[in-house]
Design a binder for this molecule. Sequence first.
Ligand code: CDP
Ligand code: CDP
Length: 248
Amino acid sequence: AAPLVRVAVDGPSATGKSDSAQQLAQRLGFLYVDSGALFRALALALSSKLLPASNPSAIAAYLTGPENPVPRIQWTFPPGRIMLNGHDVSLAIRTDEITQKASEYAVLPAVREALIGLQRHIGVDDPNVRGVVMDGRDIGTTVFPDADAKLFLDGDVHVRAARRVRQRRQQMAAAGDEKLFDAAALDVVRVAEALAARDYRDRTRPQGALACAPDAVVIDSASVTLTEQVDMMEKAVRSRLACDATLL
Ligand code: CDP
Ligand code: CDP
């Protein structure tokens, strides 16, 4: 079978990676993969085993031992849900607690090494999948350094925080649950601080740091609407893939 076309989408939090990469994948007829969900699912597994990020040697032993949970993490498509041990954990991985923990565990080389094979393999054995759009932090630099197209989304942290709060309010309205998020999670100033702290941790870790690949197309998410952003991404990918007409 022909190798899969790979499109890497990286950038800090709330630059619209999930929403825009999903729409881009749809337009291209490719599979969308949210690599952050894999890190979140592993964080859920590690925290339920009471293994804190402050104990890297215990985590490394667990992840290389017979109980390694990574083979039991599954990205299911469609509709793009995440399973752990046969249970749908798509909602459980979205809490603030797991968001925070995912970012702390993601610093550890053992955690990154445990997930890299899974990230590279998703879609490979599926004859219906021609290409993969994967979003994350180090997709274009570490997971798929030879990706066919790379996009890096960036943007002012205050705009990102305001969009994150708006997104949470929409989620609360959709769920009919006014208590889905606490006051801090809806305060733009505090959300901006939390985003900046997580971005800093993501940018400064020794392995798999958030970074813009030299051959990535950079898009300022703060100055465009979501649809404009997807349009720019689609245009960039199609122009990269145009060199090889068999890819599209
Ligand atoms: O949606 P949001 O940007 O808030 O987070 P996410 O993409 O779901 O990622 C959650 C955490 O997982 C991030 O803070 C990163 O530390 C980590 N992550 C990573 O290290 N590498 C990736 N490829 C994806 C996520
Ligand atoms: O995955 P990531 O954390 O990078 O971001 P997201 O969850 O896809 O996007 C955060 C929020 O910003 C979502 O509600 C997006 O629809 C919104 N957004 C926007 O309104 N305009 C953009 N240009 C990009 C994102």
